[in-house]
Design a protein around this ligand. Structure first.
Ligand SMILES: Nc1ncnc2c1ncn2[C@@H]1O[C@@H]2COP(=O)(O)O[C@H]3[C@@H](O)[C@H](n4cnc5c(N)ncnc54)O[C@@H]3COP(=O)(O)O[C@H]2[C@H]1O
Ligand SMILES: Nc1ncnc2c1ncn2[C@@H]1O[C@@H]2COP(=O)(O)O[C@H]3[C@@H](O)[C@H](n4cnc5c(N)ncnc54)O[C@@H]3COP(=O)(O)O[C@H]2[C@H]1O
Ligand SMILES: Nc1ncnc2c1ncn2[C@@H]1O[C@@H]2COP(=O)(O)O[C@H]3[C@@H](O)[C@H](n4cnc5c(N)ncnc54)O[C@@H]3COP(=O)(O)O[C@H]2[C@H]1O
Lengths: 109, 109, 109
């Protein structure tokens, strides 16, 4: 078993969830926040047999889109310059950030 | 050290939390959602010495019950057929879904 | 790549988040709860190249403080004695509890 952890945009969360269910892939969702844009996103935890990891990755790729998001001036603490951005700035947010973790044991009670 | 990740039903969350504290086992809880029933559940993260993994697993098994849950027709996007279930359907939800992950380093500051 | 999971106090969450962004380290935050004090804290997931793990750990250590928190009598289910603590008790909460996890694959779509 492997544990796939995928951070996706909220807009794609239902579509990805339904696509996983249709392929009988089980998953758990957590509400999360990006540290740069400080806006909400969704973290999926998907426990899957090693031989189905590639089909989970393809499913994530097919159902999660990259989009431009406006970074509002008040949250732009993270700039290297004076510390704030006077104008709204457009940031390209990717479709998914994915980690595949090794699993020592998997159990269901 | 190992990191035990356990997805349990909300109804068992306090009982499991108290049982862990009584055995001086430390844990962190996260609010989560099941991708199939789309209802709330609880994800525990329990960092524990390798030689205590078995007692954590037994504690989870003893404190988390499986139950039948009603799946309401509007959330049943995931069926293979027309895409919706006309009548409420009973689904058996297990007591816990558990992953034991290897840990390279554990630190407390 | 490694996945650093750090449980920190809510009070340090923004400072740590901004410090990570300044060093161009990417992270995702999750709202969480401690199982002993049953009060809110923050769990960071930080995917980072293996050669930057030490600088992430130092950043966490520099930005997260330990503090005394008052444990209110009603939540002290976890004591070993009668099961409740008659007086408010002071508990020292550390700055951060950190797990460094191995990662098989890292992808961004
Ligand atoms: N220091 C910085 N300087 C300039 N631009 C920056 C930046 N940090 C982030 N960005 C940009 O902002 C987008 C949103 O980042 P955020 O941290 O809100 O939301 C992130 C975060 O929640 C998560 N994420 C990305 N990389 C991660 C990592 N290595 N570890 C943990 N979470 C990560 O995935 C979300 C989307 O990331 P993505 O890379 O597609 O998109 C990122 C990236 O394009
Ligand atoms: N491999 C995995 N990776 C990550 N998280 C996992 C997982 N397996 C289970 N979980 C988590 O544990 C919860 C309970 O799963 P369980 O299999 O006991 O109980 C499940 C199962 O009996 C049933 N079920 C789930 N997916 C199904 C599907 N595609 N077809 C038919 N029944 C399904 O519905 C119950 C509730 O599922 P729900 O998704 O709401 O909630 C799930 C999900 O949050
Ligand atoms: N091995 C582990 N696995 C997963 N998460 C872990 C962990 N160790 C610590 N944590 C997380 O970090 C928070 C702070 O832990 P710390 O040990 O600094 O500070 C702790 C500790 O000083 C004390 N404490 C915890 N459990 C105790 C117990 N059974 N007996 C006495 N004191 C306890 O209460 C403080 C707050 O604990 P709380 O549970 O509310 O919140 C914990 C928990 O969310």
């Amino acid at each position: 078993k492997k544990l796939v952890i995928a951070v996706v945009q909220d807009k794609d969360s239902s579509r990805l969830s339904d696509a996983l269910v249709k392929q009988n892939l089980r998953a758990t969702k957590l509400a999360s926040t990006g540290s740069f844009l400080k806006s909400g996103n969704t973290t999926f935890m998907i426990g899957v047999e090693e031989d189905r990891v590639d089909s989970v990755l393809k499913l994530i790729q097919d159902n999660c889109r990259s989009r431009k998001q406006i970074m509002s001036p008040i949250t732009s603490m993270g700039t290297n310059a004076e510390g704030y951005v006077p104008y709204p700035v457009e940031v390209e947010v990717g479709g998914a950030t994915v980690f595949v973790l090794p699993v020592d044991q998997f159990l269901q009670f």
